[in-house]
Design a protein around this ligand. Sequence first.
Ligand code: SF4
Length: 469
Amino acid sequence: MAPEIGHHCGLFGIYGDPEAVEKTYLALYSQQHRGQESAGICSSDGQEIDRYAGMGLVTDVFDRRRLEEVRNPIAIGHVRYSTTGSSANVNIQPLLVVYSRGQMALAHNGNLINAKLLRDSYEEAGAIFQTTSDTEVIVHLMAKPDHIKRQDTLGHVLRHLQGAFSLLFLFPDRIIAARDPCGIRPLCLGQTEQGAPVVASETCAFDIIDARYVRDVEPGEIVTLDRKGITSQRFVDPREIQPGHCIFEHVYFANPASLIFSENVHLARLAMGQQLAREAPADADLVIPVPNCARCASMGYARESGIPQGRGFTTSHYAGRSFIMPSQDQRNLAVKMKLTVIKESVRGKRLAVIEDSIVRGTTTRGKMGALRQAGAKEIHVRVASPPIRHPCYYGIDFPDPNELIANQCGGSVEAIREYLEVDSLQYLSLEGMLSCVRFAPDHYCTACFSSKYPIDVDEPVSKFALEPH
Ligand code: SF4
């Protein structure tokens, strides 16, 4: 898939390490797939927070020599794709503010479905917002005098939020991590070899700095990292928790090396590929993945079907991850720059082509056309997830539902096949997909496939809902 959808963000935090800033840089680099529009690091010497951030890739934003000079032992970092708010300097995270209690930096992965409501109420009272991202309402909630007076300010604030939020707060002397009561986006805790606690969206961020995974931050949990160590509290009664982990993290978003929701992504995708082969066999000579995302599912399909796996495309490592780019033109160009068909590999062959998902269908159609042009005899597309038909309100930037190919074709798989101009097309069933992951089906959000939203959305929120009008 998926040059057609936008991802969300990646977070990292580390407490009490003299190389905290350097390690944050590496951890953001390893999570670059979660967002390529901007990157930022806020770090503290225990008294004052320093911010270093900019638009672009991690390697473009940060000057390594300048980073090495910052020896602050406490740091948080963020890579961003804009799911609410435009791709602009003001929206780069972590946000850094000064309020009545001093400095506070904040990094957010997810989407608040009641951000507009909250923001409108603050603006009506005369508040001025500096950004157009949903994250800034959290800052206003934190700074509200009535909330500050409370013993449990943060828990009280978090209970006002609806939607998906994995959050990292940096105060001069501590980091606080929190996760929404459904645990929609991932957030996990780890420890470096030297014993410093770390927190990240994905465990691939731990691997690059030789840290080990300890556990997930639980849905509805607040975890504080400070000189006393790690302390945990709940802002929601655990008995009221109904998890709604984003299944798309396993289907497509996360790095295959990562543990997401305490389960390895590669193994989940491998199982989806195997299940797909059982549900949707194909008469083919060769199984090929649409790079790079479907590689694990393709391996599973080949393993289960006994059809050898081959390579149909080469990928340029230098073209970037196209789906994160904001405009369709940029994405189309990026796909062309990225993929080349290996003609000698596909010519005269009956191909089972494995996709992780299909969004608008335009990119898949283009790739299938390229395979046909290169001499493929038959093309049988097998998709390792069900058709996408509904919007995501929790931090993934799908196109308008009317632009989704499954809706354009009225839900008819045959009509999608005709559009793609392939010999056959089959999708993995919802039940089949959910049988490949660790928890019970009701522990996952599958709303973009099933329309079952774990949190009710009264009023759909657009990406630019908070822009001035
Ligand atoms: Fe994930 Fe889809 Fe749910 Fe969004 S709607 S959180 S992409 S499963």
